[in-house]
Design a protein around this ligand. Structure first.
Ligand code: OAD
Length: 254
């Protein structure tokens, strides 16, 4: 564990997780980095270092050029299609099971659209930014699994003749109301809050960190890099989530 953060901090966090009945976790792209999926804001390699989000991930871009936007998300899906959950996803799901068996819970709130928490075994995942595995008809609102979408031309269309778009949240769009409500409930009732693999700059998701801080519950950041929240959290564990989370789980079980 030499690449890992401070052992004392790790042990303190493990003890917090051991005793806390309810844990809320906010995850971002870094959670899936070890599954081979690009993050957004890393210099050079991040998606937003190579592409302009306003051209591809904004509601106006979809309205202006549905062909380009749906083609890009289809390409992004191809990047996620063969990705497997990494040891961080699996450890988090196992921590959730452990807490549930003891009458508590781990609420997983994710900004990721890749479905890897669920593939790793997590239950009732709150997808704040939707899922690339579902596509939605702009005309009827009907949602279909990606496997049923015909991508022989772009933009794909539904039987009703509407454009099929990924069922995700683009910049300029609201988060789904049920996801916002579930996230707020989780953050307002948690005993410990974890922020994992997110640069914590995109709101409203980053606001859940502020919400936990304002409640005064212990807060933990897991990230190889510092973020704007590092100075505010109770414990900052420096390291990749695919290494830190399995180590925390091992200590919680001890
Ligand atoms: P970012 O790319 O902004 O941040 C990823 C974070 O993950 C950074 O802080 C990295 O240091 C960290 N990281 C990298 N590798 C890691 C690892 N192995 N383990 C843990 N952390 C690691 O991604 P998000 O914060 O998720 O929204 O971005 C938030 C939103 O902005 C996304 O949901 C997306 C994007 O634009 C939309 O497209 C609407």
């Amino acid at each position: 564990m030499s690449d890992l953060a401070d052992q004392t901090e790790l042990q303190l966090v493990a003890e917090l997780l051991q005793t806390a009945p309810r844990v809320a976790v906010l995850t971002g792209a870094g959670m899936s980095a070890e599954s081979g999926i690009e993050t957004f804001r890393q210099p050079q390699t991040g998606l937003w270092a190579r592409y302009d989000p306003m051209e591809l991930a904004h509601a106006d871009a979809l309205a202006r050029d549905p062909k380009m936007v749906t083609e890009w998300y289809h390409w992004r899906f191809s990047r996620c299609a063969h990705a497997k959950p990494n040891p961080g996803h699996v450890a988090l799901a196992q921590l959730q099971q452990l807490k549930r068996d003891a009458g508590g819970n781990v609420d997983v709130l994710t900004q990721n659209i890749d479905g890897l928490h669920q593939a790793g075994g997590a239950l009732d995942v709150v997808e704040l930014h939707g899922s690339i595995l579902r596509w939605r008809c702009q005309k009827t609102g009907e949602k279909r699994p990606i496997g049923e979408v015909d991508f022989s031309s772009f933009p794909p269309t539904s039987k009703a003749g509407g454009v099929l778009r990924p069922d995700i949240v683009l910049f300029g769009e609201m988060l789904p109301t049920d996801a916002i409500e579930a996230a707020e409930r989780a953050v307002m009732s948690c005993d410990v809050f974890l922020t994992i693999g997110t640069s914590a700059v995109v709101y409203p998701a980053a606001g859940y960190i502020d919400m936990a801080l304002s409640r005064g519950v212990p807060t933990v950041e897991i990230n190889p890099e510092a973020t704007p929240m590092t100075g505010s959290v109770t414990h900052a564990l420096r390291g990749p989530s695919g290494v830190v989370l399995p180590e925390l789980l091992r200590r919680v079980r001890d």
